[in-house]
Design a protein around this ligand. Structure first.
Ligand code: ATP
Length: 232
């Protein structure tokens, strides 16, 4: 199926708003995420970071305004169209849930199976090695440490080669060394051309990233999405 990208936006919002049960949470959001860009999303707990990511991957739809992904208006996408769009997005969820009765390697293969794509063992092994989990392929998820789970979740998010990675507090429960390790994987993905958006509270992580990559910081404040200044 031909893709109708405009080529210069991965995610675009124009005056988009969202609220739960009639209570406005995010309003008047206007933003363009170009391909290959690197953004952080910050804001106090409860500000709406997870909600914003859910809007970006079509789990939620704006109550007003416009949101498009890869040039396609989410409001006009059919179920199939939405499923196709989601395959182009890798999501690292805050709780990085796995199916506990399947070994890590099979958890990683699941998105490929769901997408009807072949599972190539060598490629899975290579991906596991890239996130430093080569020796954990047969481990069951409950046996994994917090850092191993987060790296496993990142591997699972990118196994289908998505164009953008949305990560929700990917270093939330990690020590500083492991946070830096995860960040360096995300930076490497960005250097390969992937668009990255990371929700985080961790200002040290943002400072460390900004020393290595042209990262910009989005902040949710007073229900508005703002581009933060250079003061972080
Ligand atoms: N399904 C829902 N129904 C009603 N309210 C919700 C729902 N999901 C989230 N909220 C509320 O919306 C607000 C924003 O939640 P969200 O999880 O997006 O914030 P966040 O910035 O990611 O928070 P944190 O940093 O604590 O993870 C919170 O007040 C939350 O209670």
């Amino acid at each position: 199926m031909p893709r109708r990208d405009r080529g210069n936006t991965v995610i675009e919002l124009r005056d988009a708003s969202y609220g739960y049960a009639g209570r406005m949470l995010l309003s008047g959001m206007t933003l363009t995420l170009p391909p290959g860009s690197f953004h952080f999303l910050t804001g106090p707990s409860g500000a709406g970071k997870t909600t914003f990511l859910k809007l970006c991957y079509g789990e939620l739809r704006p109550v007003s305004g416009h949101l498009s992904a890869f040039g396609e208006d989410l409001a006009r996408l059919s179920r199939d169209g939405l499923a196709r769009m989601r395959r182009r997005i890798g999501i690292v969820h805050q709780d990085c849930e796995f199916l506990d009765h399947l070994p890590l390697s099979e958890n990683l293969a699941l998105p490929l199976v769901v997408a009807g794509r072949p599972v190539v063992d060598d490629e899975l092994r290579e991906l596991l090695a890239w996130v430093g989990l080569r020796s954990r392929a047969d481990a069951m998820p409950p046996e994994l440490s917090g850092g191993e789970r987060q790296r496993g979740a990142l591997a699972r998010a990118i196994v289908t080669s998505p164009e953008i990675i949305l990560a929700d507090e990917p270093t939330g429960n990690l020590d500083w060394e492991m946070s830096q390790r995860l960040l360096s994987l995300l930076i490497e993905l960005n250097r390969m051309g992937k668009t990255i958006l990371i929700a985080t509270h961790d200002l040290n992580l943002i400072r460390t990233a900004k020393a290595q990559v042209a990262a910009r910081v989005l902040r949710i404040k007073d229900r508005q999405l703002q581009l933060a200044g250079a003061d972080l």
